[in-house]
Write a protein of this length. Sequence first.
Length: 177
Amino acid sequence: MSRATAGEPAVGGLRAAYGRVLEWLVGTLMVVLFLEVTIGVVFRTLGDPLVWYDEVASVLLAWLTFYGSALASAKRAHIGCPEVIELMRPSLRRGFNVLAQLLVIGFFALLGWIGASILPIIAGDTMVSLPDVPMGLVQSVIPISATLIVIAELMHLFDVLRGTAHGPEPAPEQGTR
């Protein structure tokens, strides 16, 4: 058994565990957002609206978007044009995939670095409706999710370089009997 094959189950297990953690995080955020909006609607209907409802809902939606992007990256579920890539010669296809991965990794590394560098600047700011919640906590989603995306993209780059990269799973055909 070669070294590359021996490590494959470990890499696959790590990738699967990483995806499950992100699924749990995104699922939890969806449930929390649902509960928060439901509670907000109930209180507003009763004539006693919560002052923090709108701001917290906005933050939760932003977090869901950023962490959902990390999950999409881990599952290779981003919008793309695989048909165009498939038209390329195999030698060009691999080089293009490596270049694309490096550009994506570079972009999110830069986003994470800038996001982290802004946190000290807003260290004294707080949410308007919840003054005990620091904006650094709210905005930490940017460097954290960027790091999570870089990790997912590095795993895919590893697959591209090894020649074992696969795109998203094809959708099941409709109407077949």
